[in-house]
Design a protein around this ligand. Structure first.
Ligand code: NA7
Length: 863
């Protein structure tokens, strides 16, 4: 029998914690270990959190229980043996009760007590909490350990209160259980809770009607004894296994695949899928292909193979159809693990009502009315989900500095730093809060990480005689942006899921959890702590300090590419000879994704000043004539050719609806300055003269280039102006080399670690031009006269050594009266935008480039 904490509620404690589930129990354990005085509040009658409330038949975890367990005490792990691969609710609850007993935690927990309000008192530097009974407690630190899925969604169906029969909510199930035998039962909702309880209720009830609004993807759990391989791994190296979990993507050790669902042959796709299907694990089915979370084609292949499975099980084709999800990518709504879910619909007394065809009109006194039928039931089970992640936090009236409530601050979606704290609410922590990996990970691993981080933080504050911590607006805005960046490269925002807040009417549509991975997240939190709690303001008797900053500015996919490159330990290009460097860059190019399909690709040659120049032409699939783009590749005047920027040229062709003519030019060191610039000018003159024959609209010529190609493009525009032709309508300069001064700040900040290094740039310049020639505007166009040049789109990247000279060129063009669209690619590097279908976050920037080019075209030519 659960016991409320003994004695009177103390008026003052060091720390107050809300919630006595996995988070609250471990938090209390750590706080005690630090010698802090703590009290835990929980509305429930005992420990357990989620596992206290969700007692519906079939309730189980959906991460193997071997992994869904605390790792902080090896002896606890030794002593507790799980009976099943996916333990059922009573066993998980018993485990948490055992933990509470083992560490004597209950004496500091107030059960049956809800915290209704919390107000920050700046003068006292304390939180004042109020309970539902009207009691008050003051604490230095206030921690919400209230869970992500703990506040059931308020029933949003007309007439729910009118119904006279038995009503059950899966998230608030009666302790004595429910007897459905001989009853006519309805279940509303087919999320995890519905999918878990439906087969068991069907086994008991006389009749079962399932009301489904959105079909769900579900995989057979293949429950049974704990997987022997994992048990063996834990037995031989428990510590190593747990450490691997902490540094894994989802909180369960797993080898990541590099097999793409787009390019892998069908037999490989099927084999991988079948293995995952047999494994019966969420992370397996979510990781069949490396790109299924970000690429719609790859994703649709997994989705279709699951639909095949559903069709193979469900005997009625119409029912199979209704049970098959088709309108959101697989995984973007949380997939389920089931035991005989789809089979249940073959039973004669089970019926599926597809609410998309016949929506619920109202709940009546006797049952449920749909648009077509009136149903009567003895009992209705609502498995309609939760106000996820933010709901439990804003359900307490939390008032921070300046009298602002958390609900007000988060009215457009959660705003946090690391999902741990929020500006304006000092000393207030959330365990597995929004914008942390939380629900996308093995919760217990994420809980332990947060609890440990918070405990270590409180320990550091005490050691340094500080007692107030609050994130800065800069750090918080950076984290929110990073979360958004991570979500934006995935397919997740496409679904109406509870991850997006879309299940609760009126809730802002924002992706709630952090999707960058448990490993990446842990690294970020560790770095913050190691860098003097970067992004936090710390105050106390010892004074005040703040190392302000943004912990993650790079686009997340670019960061992954950089990590991969670093892990390969490649030799620097500048240590190679030019031929070796060329061979190396060709070899790397061979393995990249091809870029989008275009209408036609044709190779040709055009006359240059010192011989023919090869070109490759990309024609859009639409009817011509089209605007023309003369394009010059990157490669530091040393590397590359007409097809070395192939994916980018295809992308430019398709996005801008232009014929792209990518022209090769002579390379250094064989042909040094000004060979490249002379070739480019001659090529543009030839393209302009042959515009119609190439399928271009005469007078609609853009001169474009990336990097060194941007350099010769910019110079070509200057030469054409001076020569009185050819006629150039606009210029597109992507991360261009515009000046020989390598002393600009971006060389210092971005000169290492972002693929194009300062050393490599020096090597390029040395190959291309003598010192004496470098300041010549034919090498450094920033030093030329800029008035009278064609309108320009200049793109610079935040983490490019060439950023500042590109910025300077855009600024100087504008100052000279040239119309300029300057696009600053936030979080990107020199190479980001060329890495089509690898750095997915580059796509919106290329879309903006296409839009900018279009806006520079004369009116009639605009698309
Ligand atoms: P979910 O996954 O949010 O599922 C709720 C289900 O209830 C889902 O099928 C909803 O359809 C349905 N629903 C919600 N409101 C209505 C109304 N008004 N009418 C009809 N159907 C409705 O919650 P669960 O409890 O199953 O699972 C939550 C998480 O717990 C789970 O993901 C695991 O992480 C553990 P919808 O899809 O919104 O159309």
């Amino acid at each position: 029998m659960a016991m409320a904490g003994s004695g009177v509620l103390p008026a003052e404690v060091d720390v107050a914690v809300v919630g006595a589930g996995f988070s609250g129990l471990y938090m209390l354990y750590r706080l005690r270990g630090l010698g802090l005085r703590a009290v835990v509040f929980d509305e429930a009658g005992d420990v357990g959190g989620t596992w206290y409330w969700n007692r519906y038949p079939g309730a189980r975890c959906d991460v193997p229980t071997t992994d869904y367990a605390y790792s902080f005490d090896a002896q606890l792990e030794e002593d507790w043996v799980w009976s099943e691969k996916y333990a059922a609710q009573p066993e998980i609850l018993a485990y948490l009760q055992h933990v509470a007993d083992r560490y004597d935690l209950r004496r500091d927990i107030r059960f049956g007590t809800r915290i209704t309000a919390a107000v920050w008192d700046e003068a006292a530097r304390r939180w004042r909490l109020r309970t539902g009974d009207g009691d008050e407690v003051s604490c230095r630190y206030y921690i919400m350990a209230s869970g992500c899925l703990s506040l059931p969604k308020a029933p949003d169906i007309d007439g729910v209160d009118r119904y006279r029969g038995e009503v059950y909510l899966t998230g608030r199930w009666p302790h004595g259980g429910v007897d459905f035998s001989r009853k006519n039962v309805a279940v509303v909702g087919t999320g995890s809770s519905g999918i878990q309880c439906i087969p068991l209720i069907a086994g008991e009830a006389a009749r079962l009607t399932v009301f489904q609004r959105t079909p769900n993807f579900s995989v057979p759990a293949r429950n049974g004894p704990p997987p022997p391989d994992r048990v063996a791994l834990l037995a031989t190296d428990r510590a190593g296994y747990r450490q691997a979990a902490r540094w894994s993507r989802g909180g369960v050790p797993r080898e990541l695949t590099d097999v793409s669902g787009v390019t892998a042959p069908e037999y490989v796709r099927r084999e991988r899928f079948e293995d995952a299907w047999q494994a019966g694990e969420l992370f397996a089915i979510l990781g069949v292909f490396s790109d299924q979370g970000v690429n719609a084609v790859s994703n649709s292949r997994v989705a279709e193979m699951i639909r095949e499975k559903i069709r193979a099980v469900v005997s009625d084709a119409d029912v199979a159809d209704a049970l098959s999800p088709t309108d959101y990518p697989f995984g973007t709504k949380r997939p389920c693990l089931d035991t005989s879910y789809f089979e249940t619909f073959n039973l004669p007394h089970v019926r599926l009502v597809d609410l998309r065809r016949t929506p619920i009109v109202a709940v009546t006194e006797a049952g449920i009315d749909t648009a077509e039928e009136s149903f009567e039931f003895d009992a209705i089970v609502f498995a309609t989900g939760f106000d996820a992640m933010t709901g439990p936090l804003v359900s307490v009236a939390v008032t921070g500095t300046d009298g602002v409530t958390l609900e007000d601050k988060w009215q457009h979606g959660p705003v946090t730093y690391l999902g741990l704290m929020t500006t304006g609410f000092p000393n207030f922590f959330t365990i597995t809060g929004p914008q942390s990996p939380s629900v996308l990970s093995n919760m217990v691993v994420s809980i332990e990480q947060h609890v440990d981080w918070i405990a270590d933080c409180l320990q550091r504050l005490r050691a340094e005689n500080l007692d107030r911590i609050e994130p800065t607006p800069l750090a918080e805005a950076g984290w929110v942006q990073h979360n958004q960046d991570c979500a934006d490269i995935t397919l997740y925002p496409r679904a109406n899921s509870w991850y997006m807040g879309a299940n609760v009417p009126g809730k802002p549509r924002v992706f709630l959890p952090y999707i960058g991975g448990v490993d990446a997240y842990r690294r970020a939190c560790d770095e913050v702590a190691e860098n003097g709690f970067m992004g936090f303001r710390l105050d106390g008797p010892a004074g005040s300090r703040c190392n302000d900053g943004v912990i993650r500015r790079l686009q997340p996919d670019m960061a992954m590419v950089l990590d991969l490159v670093a892990s390969l330990g490649l030799p620097p290009i500048e240590a190679m000879s030019a031929p070796d460097a060329r061979a190396f860059s060709e070899a790397t190019a061979a393995s990249r994704p091809p870029g989008p399909e275009v209408g036609e690709i044709a190779d040709g040659v055009l006359p240059g000043p010192a011989g023919d120049l090869a070109y490759r032409l990309y024609r859009p699939p639409t009817r011509g004539p089209h605007p023309l783009i003369a394009y010059f590749h990157g490669g530091g005047w040393v590397l590359g050719s007409q097809d070395s920027d192939d994916p980018l040229c295809r992308d430019l062709c398709v996005r801008t609806g232009s014929v792209v003519v990518s022209v090769n030019y002579r390379h250094a060191p064989e042909d040094r300055f000004p060979a490249a610039a002379d070739d480019a000018f001659a090529a543009v003159a030839w393209i302009a003269a042959n515009a119609a024959a190439l399928g271009g609209i005469p007078g609609q010529l853009t001169v474009a280039g990336w990097s060194a190609g941007g350099n010769v493009a910019a110079i070509t525009c200057q030469l054409a102006r001076d020569a009185g032709g050819p006629d150039i309508a606009s210029q597109l300069l992507l991360a261009p080399v515009t000046d020989c001064d390598l002393g600009r700040p971006s060389y210092a900040s971005n000169g290492e670690g972002f693929i194009l290094t300062a050393g490599l740039m020096r090597w390029f310049w040395d190959h291309y031009a003598d010192e004496a020639d470098r300041a010549n505007p034919k090498a450094s166009p920033l030093r030329g006269t800029l008035d009278g040049l064609p309108p320009a789109v200049v793109v610079t990247a935040e983490f490019d050594p060439l950023r500042d000279e590109g910025d300077a060129y855009a600024g100087a063009l504008a100052a000279a009266g040239v119309p300029v669209r300057h696009i600053r690619a936030r979080g990107h590097t020199h190479t980001s935008l060329t890495m089509v279908d690898v750095v997915i976050s580059g796509a919106p920037v290329r879309a903006e480039i296409a839009e900018a080019l279009d806006s520079l075209r004369p009116e009639p030519a605009r698309s």
